[in-house]
Design a protein around this ligand. Structure first.
Ligand code: NAP
Length: 323
């Protein structure tokens, strides 16, 4: 797709309601405004509401925002979207265009799809703060979009919306609600928030349990993960092999497969199956209904962990940028 051929004109003719002023809501609202798109922020009275005022928006109720808008974005935590959608769908006009940044609630049936409305998703491959930062530097992030029914006019509008929020920095891929949801959940669970985090922690613990200095263990097993990923992205899997020492290459080659082997692949297949058949979604909704006890327990464990203690020491005293 030629990103330069996408025009901002289509979205500049519309009024966009950004509901929720958190990670994505703030980034999208600010980027839209800087792209000369008419934006109304809808927020409850809380942290986001106050932040929107600080950013020179005049936040209003969800009702007021929806009634004034042609495009309504639901930018809340995924587990909250169905509840807010249920309370607010009565304010849609015929032909209201409804957007999400992730397909979870749409794909797993958390919301009622109205025949009179059109639905899309426009999601960034990166957090809201990173999106805003890239946009302010004149670029953007890779993005994906999907629409619920093929419609060239709607597709043109979604591309225009995507450009306005900074999704056209490098690549804008067309996907489906199902593919985006499955890919996103699988990536989070097996690599980004599951595999990688637990791999770093297990390696850190192994060195510390063997009597090595925790700060040395942290720099090696956690901090260097950041630098190796940057190298991998800059030079590719083959190019990386020229940038690391032969000892590192040989050690990884002969030991890596002992960790990441067929058993792990089988487990990945099971994880994917749980995503596809909806059992993960069901489990997560149940966790939310129970007050998120697993998340609370894990946050407490991490807050009191040696890994966190070491991170805090290094972040305070050294070079790790603290967010
Ligand atoms: N994290 C990212 O940058 C990222 C990246 C890609 C896609 N996404 C997708 O973007 C969407 C938004 O995620 P996010 O991370 O931006 O969410 P978030 O930062 O957690 O969203 C917080 C916003 O939701 C509001 N909110 C929370 N509970 C509410 C309730 N019960 N009633 C009314 N408002 C409520 C908050 O209000 P208060 O300020 O008053 O608490 C705040 O405005 C999700 O679909 C997510 O999957 C996120």
């Amino acid at each position: 797709m030629d990103l330069n051929s996408i025009s901002l004109g289509a979205i500049q003719e519309k009024t966009v309601a950004i509901l929720g002023y958190g990670n994505q809501g703030r980034a999208q609202a600010l980027n839209l405004r800087d792209s000369h798109v008419k934006v109304i922020v809808g927020a409850r009275e809380g942290i986001g509401f106050q932040l929107a005022i600080k950013d020179r928006f005049l936040p209003v109720s969800f009702e007021t925002a929806i009634l004034k808008a042609d495009v309504v974005m639901y930018l809340f935590p995924d587990q909250i979207i169905p509840e807010i959608y249920l309370e607010t769908k009565k304010f849609f006009k015929p032909n209201t265009i409804i957007g999400f940044a992730h397909g979870f609630s749409y794909h797993f049936g958390g919301i009622e799809i109205l025949e009179s409305c059109q639905y899309f998703l426009a999601g960034s491959k990166g957090a809201g703060a990173v999106l805003r930062d890239a946009f302010e530097r004149g670029g953007g992030l890779p993005g994906v979009y999907a629409l619920n029914k093929e419609n060239p006019e709607l597709e043109n509008l979604i591309k225009s919306y995507s450009k306005a929020i900074g999704l056209t920095g490098h690549i804008l891929l067309k996907t489906s609600f199902q593919e985006e949801t499955e890919c996103d959940l699988f990536g989070e669970q097996t690599v980004l928030c599951g595999g990688l985090m637990q791999l770093m922690e297990a390696a850190f613990e192994t060195l510390v349990e063997n009597g090595l200095n925790p700060e040395m263990a942290f720099l090696e097993c956690c901090y260097e993960a950041k630098t190796i990923i940057e190298l991998w992205m800059s030079y590719g899997p083959h190019g990386l092999t020229e940038k690391i020492s032969a000892t590192a290459f040989y050690g990884g080659l002969t030991r890596g497969h002992r960790l990441i082997n067929e058993t792990i692949k089988l487990e990945m297949k099971k994880i994917f199956k749980e995503i596809r058949d909806g059992s993960f979604a069901k489990e997560w909704i149940q966790e939310v209904e129970n007050g998120q006890p697993s998340l609370i327990k894990e946050r407490t464990r991490l807050r009191n962990s040696k890994l966190e203690e070491t991170y805090q020491t290094l972040a305070r005293d050294c070079f790790i940028p603290k967010k």
